[in-house]
Design a protein around this ligand. Structure first.
Ligand code: PEP
Ligand code: MN
Length: 332
C-alpha cells in the first residue's frame, strides 16, 4: 500500500471513530433515559449513522448492534422503563391517580338530543367524561356507520353545553387532524388495535389515547400496540380491556379480568375495563365492574342510551338511564 492510500484509510478510520463515538453516546443516552427518546427516530438515526461509516465491516457491526439493541431495549410501556404510574390528564381530569374515573355514554352519536339526554344525566351524577361514536366500525357494511364529522360537531356542542370532556373513536390516520379540534381524547377500537398507521398517527399527537384490546389479541400484542403510540412520542395512553373471543356464548365476549393486574404490573399506564362490550349482558355489568375495580382498574367504560331498543347500534347491551342508575348505585 502506498503512502497516499494509507492516508486515505486513516482519514476514513478517524471519521469512523468519530461516528462510532457519536453512535455509542446516543445509544448510552437512550439506555439511560429511554422514556425521553422518540424510539422510532432513535433507531432510524442509528441506522443512518451506521450507513455513513466508511468501512463495510464497521457498518455491518453497527447495524447488528442496533438490531440487538432493538431486541434488548425495554419497552417504553414497561414498568422497568418507568416505575411510577402514568397519570393521563384529560383537561382537569386525571386518570390513573388513585380514584377511579368512569366513562359513560351512548355507543353511537345519533343526534344532538340523544347525546344531550345522556350528557345531562351524567353531568348531574358528577361524571366528567362522555363517550359517543362518530365513526362506527360495524361488522356489516350495511349497518349504521356513524355520523362522521357531523357526529364530531355534535360532540363539541355537547362538550360546550355541559362542560364535559368528550371521547370518540377514530378509524383512519387522517381522522387525527380532522377530529383533533372536537375531542378531548381519541379512542382506538378493538378492530383497529393493530392498525399500525393509525397508532403511529395518534402517537404523533399529544392528545390522550384510549386504546382498546383487540378481539383476539394477547396481552403482549396489546402492549406492543400501545408501544407504537409511545414510540412516536405520545405517552398519554389508557389501556382498555374489552373482552376477548372465546368459545363462551352466554356473554358477548369473555372479560379477561387477569389482564387488569397483569397490565398494571407490566406497564405504567392506566387500565380501564369496558363492561358493555366485554359482557354484552346488562345483568352482570355491575358485578363485572366491581371485579375490575377490585383487580385494580382505574375506571370503567359502559354504554348508556336514552332509548336502547331504538338505538342505531348495540340495542341489546346499552343501559337505559334507569338501568344505569341502578348500575351506578351498585358499583363501589
Ligand atoms: C366502542 O366502544 O364503541 C366499540 C366499538 O368497542 P370495541 O372497539 O371494544 O368493540
Ligand atoms: Mn357499542
Amino acid at each position: 500500500m502506498n503512502g497516499q492510500s494509507k492516508d486515505i484509510e486513516k482519514a476514513i478510520l478517524d471519521t469512523d471513530i468519530e461516528l462510532l463515538e457519536l453512535f455509542q453516546k446516543r445509544h448510552e443516552l437512550m439506555l439511560d433515559k429511554p422514556e425521553s427518546f422518540n424510539m422510532t427516530d432513535h433507531f432510524k438515526r442509528l441506522e443512518q449513522l451506521a450507513g455513513e461509516l466508511g468501512s463495510r465491516e464497521g457498518m455491518e457491526a453497527l447495524l447488528n448492534l442496533t438490531a440487538e439493541s432493538k431486541g434488548k431495549t425495554p419497552l417504553l410501556v414497561s414498568r422497568s422503563t418507568k416505575a411510577t404510574d402514568t397519570v393521563v390528564r384529560v383537561g382537569d381530569v386525571s386518570i390513573g391517580e388513585g380514584s377511579p374515573v368512569h366513562i359513560f355514554g351512548p355507543c353511537a352519536v345519533e343526534s344532538f338530543d340523544q347525546v344531550a339526554t345522556v350528557a345531562e344525566h351524567m353531568k348531574s351524577k358528577g361524571f366528567d367524561i362522555l363517550r359517543g361514536g362518530a365513526f362506527k366500525p360495524r361488522t356489516s357494511p350495511y349497518e349504521f356507520q356513524g355520523l362522521g364529522k357531523e357526529g364530531l360537531e355534535i360532540l363539541l356542542k355537547i362538550k360546550e353545553t355541559y362542560n364535559l370532556k368528550v371521547i370518540s373513536e377514530i378509524v383512519a390516520p387522517e381522522h387525527v387532524k380532522l377530529a383533533e379540534p372536537y375531542l378531548d381524547m381519541f379512542q382506538i377500537g378493538a378492530r383497529n388495535m393493530q392498525n399500525f398507521e393509525l397508532l403511529k398517527a395518534v402517537g404523533r399527537s399529544d392528545k390522550p389515547v384510549f386504546l382498546k384490546r383487540g378481539l383476539s389479541a394477547t396481552i403482549e400484542e396489546f402492549m406492543m400496540a400501545a408501544e407504537y403510540i409511545l414510540s412516536e412520542g405520545n405517552s398519554n395512553v389508557i389501556l382498555c380491556e374489552r373482552g376477548i373471543r372465546t368459545y363462551e356464548k352466554m356473554t358477548r365476549n369473555t372479560l379477561d379480568i387477569s389482564a387488569v393486574p397483569l397490565l398494571k404490573q407490566k406497564t405504567h399506564l392506566p387500565v380501564m375495563v369496558d363492561v358493555t362490550h366485554s359482557t354484552g349482558v346488562k345483568e352482570i355489568m355491575a358485578d363485572c365492574a366491581n371485579a375490575a375495580l377490585a383487580a385494580g382498574a382505574d375506571g370503567i367504560m359502559a354504554e348508556v342510551h336514552p332509548d336502547p331498543v331504538n338505538a342505531l347500534s348495540d340495542q341489546a347491551q346499552q343501559m337505559t338511564l334507569e338501568e344505569f342508575d341502578k348500575f351506578h348505585q351498585n358499583i363501589s
